[in-house]
Write a protein that binds this ligand. Sequence first.
Ligand code: ZN
Ligand code: ZN
Ligand code: FE
Length: 750
Amino acid sequence: MVQGVGFRPFVYQLATKHKLTGWVLNTSSDVKIEVEGEREALEQFLAELEREVPPLARIEDITAVSAPPVGYTKFEIRRSLEQEGRYQLVSPDIATCDACKSELLSPGDRRYRYPFTNCTNCGPRFTIIEDIPYDRPKTTMRRFVMCSDCQREYDDPLNRRFHAQPNACPQCGPSLELVDGNGKTVSVDDVIATTSKLLREGKIIAIKGLGGFQLACDATSDEAVELLRARKRRPYKPLAIMLATLEQVKEHCFVSAEEEKLLTSHQCPIALLRWKNDSLVSKKVAPGLKYLGVMLPYTPLHHLLLRETGLPLVMTSGNISEEPIAKDNGEALRRLDGIADYFALHNRDIHARYDDSVAMVELERPQLIRRARGYAPYPIHLPFSTKKQVLACGAELKNTFCITKDDHAFISQHIGDMENLETLEHFENTIELYKKLFRLEPEVVAYDLHPEYLSTNYAKERANGLTLIGVQHHHAHIVSCMVENGVQEPVIGVAFDGTGYGSDGTIWGGEFLVADYKSFSRVGHLEYVPMPGGAAAIERPYRMAFSYIFNLLGDSVLGQDLPFLKDVDSYEKEVMKQQIEKRINCPPTSSCGRLFDGVSALLGIRGKVDYEAQAAVELEMAAPDQIDEAEAYPFSIVEQDGVKIVKLRELFEAIIHDVGHLPVAIISLRFHHTIARMIAEMCRLIAKERGLHKVALSGGVFQNRLLLRLAVAALEKEGFEVLTHSLVPTNDGGISLGQAVIASWEHAEK
Ligand code: ZN
Ligand code: ZN
Ligand code: FE
């Protein structure tokens, strides 16, 4: 990755320093350098080229050959060279660098308070690129003609803004505009000062950011946050906040050294940090949670707003519920009508939608939960080279797609929940963008086995003449984890999530696989329980609680004084019984996500959810922070037709025994211990038969930090090497990579 990251000026300076002559140029696939001079100087040049690359550049490979001298008299930077069918990596958008930030905040600097300040080390990239090679006419900056000062910087190889394609200043670059809720321009001298004042007054402002609109409001005001929630129709889903400085983050959250590194990295993601009790951030920002999603400002506009408002700001995606983030001015005014009181707009178009990335630090390393800004479209390196390009369409929730070429897997940025046409359109457009940017033409299309996913339909409709490969959901989860850990040999895969379509047409989600890139066998799973009402059981976890106890313990238990049953009306209880007994709209599932839901509801923690996994998340939050109590509930493992089944009857008996007698915190902790024990015990039994000693953990359930810690500890105690996620989400955002690898492996050079 050497375009738009100050690589050529670096080469220029290096060549000049060693008194070498020749040239450097970008091509569509790499960078070419010809240097002429003394042997010793050439050797030093080559060594420093590798050692001292600019912060954002990445060199995958250097090939050096000797050539007879030409007799160059100077060193120059030549025009980019376009090559048919070749491609080059495109840089993600990068948070404002320190040099730009200091110009932004220095009175007297010509970019003082200019919200579109950037240089070769920072600023927009992927969100403004329409095609490669990366040059200004191929970006959404082409409409702005540089003034003479900017042009001079742009042309000077020794300047920080040499060939900085989005280079701009107040004279020639994009500008802000404030628009009210009726779409009328508000005439103000200073948009930032006025916006800051409105935010302090409790108003909700839609701000055009890097990859789309964000909704901002005062994060310390219960009223402002409640208003935003009511308008966005999101009563509980946690909102991210932005704080001006790292010092301020530390006032509100605990920050470890590793978390500090993540927060201040040039990717600048939202980090999930432990929330301090005395923080002034409204509890309504993340109701019932111990972690707060926090990020630092990553554009000059954010820096200015945060400083001038002087408050922590909610900074959440500009959308209603699960639609994609709004990106164009007109679109935002239409879609966010009635949500935002004012709009802070600008006239630099966003070409690619790009959400904020989300990460947490667990097991002492960052784990991406949502991979977008700052990370995509940088590819994941494959441990093999594929001969055929594969498009993998991903799953449904938290969708991403992935396209493989050579030894690269281009995972798209987070697309969203593919449950509406807007998101499908975003998915289709982004596939076209990747195909264009990276010169891709997939010959194989991989898809999830679920017949109702929009991504699956897309694959089947678009695959005219292409090879179609269906990939089982949990196989894809496990392979995604193996790939990012560089593991190829068979592993025991523990795939725990909410929903995944099984090879037998049932809903899986508590799976033990023996898997490699080629195939898998399902060697164990949690026992099946019916989901009364199908999707209704996901939205209303008390239905799962009812199902577990009714199925595992029988009718008589329903007569007991179980608090959660008091909130379910007797008609609905009767309906559920009928559904279960007659098997009407009652798909069986082995899902671990549903097990967490059911226990959460049974303990009276959460019976109805507003966002995915809310009941499970709140069950995790209920557990105490000190985890020295090691007691677990009983469970049993039986063998049926060579498959190990975890039976849950004893577990539910024990929980019901404890409900009302023990604090919910203790029951939750014991439950988490039980799942960790289950994982370790199943893996021990499988390993005994198969002789495997690596275990890969994947699936959305492993976003549960307490479970992840306990499971890894229990497995390591059994002597296993445990593979977990870091670069790729453990949730369904990682599915596309697994699919792509499984489909590519057949056509790989091994
Ligand atoms: Zn910069
Ligand atoms: Zn200018
Ligand atoms: Fe999944």
